[in-house]
Design a protein around this ligand. Structure first.
Ligand SMILES: NC(=O)c1ccc[n+]([C@@H]2O[C@H](COP(=O)([O-])OP(=O)(O)OC[C@H]3O[C@@H](n4cnc5c(N)ncnc54)[C@H](OP(=O)(O)O)[C@@H]3O)[C@@H](O)[C@H]2O)c1
Length: 291
């Protein structure tokens, strides 16, 4: 029962690998630089070295794996992010279509249910559809907004500012990627599910950005002021940072397209995961700010 894991050095993938090792499984990992795995992990996994944008590599490296955990590695800042994400997934789609892979767990996103109109998330929707058409068993994990996105705001937070284009008082699900890893590993280890499944990973509670600013104020022990901005402000900032028009549309579209979204999969026993923003921020954000 070979399990192949992509992005084993990422927030989610690294947790998945750790849990598989603890379950007594030796996973196959697709990694572009094995030196980025710690030595203890490296000696317990089967390494396939290559770039996920190389469809021939993905096809060859996943062949014969019963289950693959697929993470789209495309950065939202890519020249044409939607096209790049789809092209990058072509190797795993082809492997599933050919029957070389029996089951695929996809790291998808809240908003993919819209299919169109959610910026770069539209690419995950298309990958869901393409995998579903292969005949393989598929599980799409529609994940909430990652706590780790805050790590991209360290400079602003150091100035006491949290900038957002989301509606300040609109609750939305937030999640610790490590908790997503727990769900992924459990699903990879369960050999019983079949067909097409969609499951959300919503974190412990829906949060407004106003609540997030208050929590960060407490945990970081400094005032964090919420600074709401409009989509046009974000567009202008991304353009001046040199991003392509497609990348700008992809990033702005993710916020604009999910701003008022009620996720298709409701919060319940299965979709709720435990780690609170305060707990995550204390362990990860505080030291990152101090560094
Ligand atoms: N952020 C959100 O709020 C959110 C919400 C829902 C879904 N998602 C999805 O979550 C995924 C990101 O997960 P994450 O946060 O765990 O990732 P992450 O921590 O940002 O790490 C990115 C991973 O991708 C790998 N990678 C990047 N380009 C690669 C390439 N060309 N070939 C091989 N590997 C490559 C990196 O490997 P190296 O170590 O080599 O750099 C790293 O392991 C994305 O697909 C995103 O759509 C995100």
């Amino acid at each position: 029962m070979t399990i192949a894991v992509t992005t084993p050095t990422g927030h989610v993938g690294s947790r998945v690998v750790r849990l598989l090792l603890q379950a007594g499984v030796r996973p196959r990992v697709l990694v572009r630089d094995p030196a980025r795995l710690d030595a203890a992990t490296r000696e317990r996994v089967d390494v396939r070295r290559g770039d996920l944008t190389d469809a021939a590599f993905v096809r060859e490296a996943t062949a014969g794996a019963r289950t693959v955990f697929w993470v789209d590695p495309t950065p939202p800042s890519a020249e044409d992010p939607i096209e790049t994400s789809e092209r990058t997934a072509s190797g795993i789609v082809e492997a599933a279509r050919a029957g070389d892979v029996a089951r695929v767990v996809l790291l998808s996103s809240v908003g993919a249910e819209k299919r169109h109109g959610a910026g770069h998330i539209d690419a995950l929707a298309r990958i869901e559809e393409q995998l579903d058409a292969t005949g393989a068993d598929t599980l799409h994990l529609r994940c909430a907004y990652f706590f780790t996105n805050l790590l991209m705001d360290l400079d602003d937070l150091a100035r006491g500012v949290l900038t957002t284009a989301f509606t300040p008082d609109m609750p939305m699900p937030w999640v610790d990627p490590r908790d997503i890893g727990d769900v992924v590993a459990a699903r990879l280890l369960n050999d019983a599910w079949k067909g097409r499944t969609v499951q959300a990973v919503h974190g412990p509670e829906d949060l407004t950005f106003e609540q997030v600013a208050r929590t960060l104020t407490e945990v970081l022990a400094r005032p964090i002021q919420l600074k709401p901005v409009g989509d046009d402000d974000v567009r202008a900032a991304l353009r001046s940072a040199g991003l392509s028009p497609s990348a700008v549309d992809g990033i702005v579209g993710m916020t604009a397209g999910t701003r008022d979204l009620i996720p298709e999969q409701p919060r319940d026993l299965v979709t709720t995961t435990p780690t609170t923003l305060a707990a995550w921020a204390y362990v990860h954000l505080r030291p990152a700010m101090a560094a």
